[in-house]
Design a protein around this ligand. Sequence first.
Ligand code: ZN
Ligand code: FE
Length: 254
Amino acid sequence: MGNIEFFQFNCLDDNFGVLVHSSSTGETASIDAPDASAVAAALDEKGWKLTHILVTHHHADHTQGVGPLKEKTGCQVIGPDNPSISNLDQTVSDGDSFQFAGETVNVIATPGHTLDMINFHFPAQKVVFTADTLFALGCGRVFEGTPHQMWDSLEKLTKLPPDTTIYCGHEYTLANAKFALTVDGTNAELVARAAEIEALRAQDKPTLPTTLDVELRTNPFLRPADPQIRKNLGMENASDADVFAEIRKRKDNA
Ligand code: ZN
Ligand code: FE
């Protein structure tokens, strides 16, 4: 609980790294490993030793640091059952739970961006790592799955407690905000948030982590049921999944 600390840092062009550290056991997990040197620098800065890497999906910008970090530290690597991810010590899948530093971590499969995508939920800390499934004001591109599958995955995340803190794989929030305004421009909270985001990015500050309740009120990809968004899209009677798919398509073409 209070003995778990989360440390977010920038790496590569627009990826986030996050370290999860237990002051009770001294263990430290890296959520993905976008860049071994950036993860090592963050560990040095905090004076922490890497013991685990929790891998969300196979993309190189989330896995390329795994090999070098494992070689250097002997850390345990936990991730989805995908043979294209090397160095895994333990594979986990939807509904699994495991212990990190005596704390429960729940595995939520969220296929869509990739088919192997898993998200890590720390229920006691009310924190979830959504990688490239859910972004602040956005969601990942649907590369391997279908839009309907992506909607099912996002819908799972909406069922977490609203005060859940969300860490994401990328700083894409400014572009997401600009797009969000094109489908939900009369949402006063979204308009205010977009201005805040613009100010943060102008100072090169991160816009993450976010929280589920803020996303539920402002992220159009979580709001296909919203009457105003449906009206704006001319899709009053469509299913949530179809409205989501249309929003995703518009963002892809934006
Ligand atoms: Zn990805
Ligand atoms: Fe990514």
